[in-house]
Design a protein around this ligand. Sequence first.
Ligand SMILES: [Cu+2]
Length: 682
Amino acid sequence: MKTYSNRLAMSMLSQKIIVFFCLVCLSGTVLQAQEKQIDSLGLLPVYLDEVLLIGHVKELKYQTGQKPLATLDEYLEGAQKVNMIKRGAYAWEPSLNNMTSERLVVTIDGMQIFGACTDKMDPVTSYVDVSNLKEAQIQSSQQGAVLGNTIGGGINLTLHKNKFENNGLTATVENAYESNNNLRVIGADVGFEGERFYANGDIMYRKADNYYAGGGEEVEFSQYEKYNVSLNTGYKVEEGKRLLATLIYDEAKDVGYPALPMDVSLARGIISSISWEQDTFLGVLTNWETKGYYNYIKHVMDDTQRPDVAIHMDMPGWSETVGFYSQANYTNSNHFVTIKADGYYNRSYAEMTMYPNNPNEENMFMLTWPDVRTLNTGLYLEDLISLNNKQSLLLSTRFGVHRNTVADDFGFNSLKIFYPEIERTNNRLLKSFSAQYKKDIHAFTVSVGGGYGERAPSVSEGYGFYLFNSYDGFDYVGDPDLKTEASVEANTAVSFKKKNIELKLEANYFYLPNYIIGVVDSEFAPMTIGAQGVKIYTNLDHAQLFNTSIQTEWQPINRLVVKATASWHRGTDSEDENLPLISPLAYKTSVSYSKSGYSGTVLVNGNAAQENFNPTYGEMQTDAYTVVSATFGKRFFVAGNNLYAKAGVENIFDVNYTTFTDWNSIPRMGRNMFVTLSYSIN
Ligand SMILES: [Cu+2]
């Protein structure tokens, strides 16, 4: 009761502050720094790639609509082709071209890394923080094959590293507060740059309480706490030769997942790498980079905070990956060739122990991931051919060998119940090809392309053992003999650019033979109490996906930028039934203005009602919604250093809404005010 009245008082106060904000925003005296950046249109990518700038670009962060100390998830959500699937306030799962984890390749600075949760509570993106990162490179469909085998595309999170510039010591302190969930963020980084040596270290800490949906309803079990520490060093051995090393330690504790029946008591990631870079190699190659890496993930689920647990369970999981890649470029008059060899070895192990309430009953133990070892090696080749100064062709191919082995005897024997003929080891050859043609015709640029790609089933799809999915209420069992899923894809884009206006139309279509999804098998009974049955991962004959979007940028007057995007998507299986988690019509617009150190942005985004959903996969229809947010930033000079301040209000009208990406339709955050301060010493 007390909390509720506090909330009420808070919300009245917040309304006053919001009115103030709106007045400031509307008064027109507001907004934006660094006119240079925002003035130059041309942010829309040439090929189908998109680059999101994330950390360490303070000017940019404080002059766009971005919340500077937003989580990586919030940054990614701002990308044109990316949606984030939410099971709570933490560790959202990226979806690219309406495809998620197993159909994407997500790497950190080119390193393969895999979550340790059988229930997708820890996407790869949850083991870094914005303080570690420079940018997110988003590569649609087979353009992502440079990172690994993929269907939907790739996301590479590049790490922020210092340079060999004689800048000496630098330091930044940043902090932020958000009103809705009492989020506190503290971050600091210290760097040293010399001619031969650099080092930088950073730390970031976040702690949030439960959040409140629009209208003031508390979303229980949505709290989290996370800290992240990283260290980067570089040593210039001689001109054109460098040795670099990276270490990241990331730990989240007490993470609530309101959409799931369990929370997480610990999610720990250790990410390390050493790389060697050479400007030239063997006389003809350039930009030679070789990296060796190792990462370790531990994930522990926890049901002890939940009321009414039918049967207490312990569910820890581990994922360990060691890998390498080596790549270089070859250039002649009109070819720019990239050659890359890569490989990784992953170990995925997860277990479940059930403790019956009756002490006379024995505990039940299962291996939900039976110590699956994955060895993947690949060779990637890309040639960017400049046909003339108006036309270019991009060709690429990847060949990979993928081997899965079940190392644990107990787990192997459990799977034998389902598959008496199962073999320990399964080999696959994975192929990818793509071609992309682009031509400039006056103010227009036209591109057309196509590709073919293949992927192996994920550990869960191949070997998962009674993985409960709270979305559709089924226990899932993998199938080691699944066929390799494939993708045939075609895409086209037309963009138009004139002095102060830019427009881009895009579409892509995927035909996915042997599409893998869970299908009910009534022969088997579920293990989880309350589960509706068992689904076995199965190859459908095919599925189809279609995505289309329009993006515009317009600068009606100096320093004022208007952006608008809209997209439409459709996904069906071989019986013409809807695929789950496909976006309805979505739109986003923003207006930004900047002048003499001030900046301001008003953002409006929303979805139409979800017409094409599928209850078989646990989906409920989501309604249309519109959400309005505003941010306001200012750069100050204090003692000769930069102080950036930024504040804003998200979901200004406190709309209560849920979207197609919200697991089990948990409502999104209501009105939220944030303030961020960043002080840099150079
Ligand atoms: Cu989990």
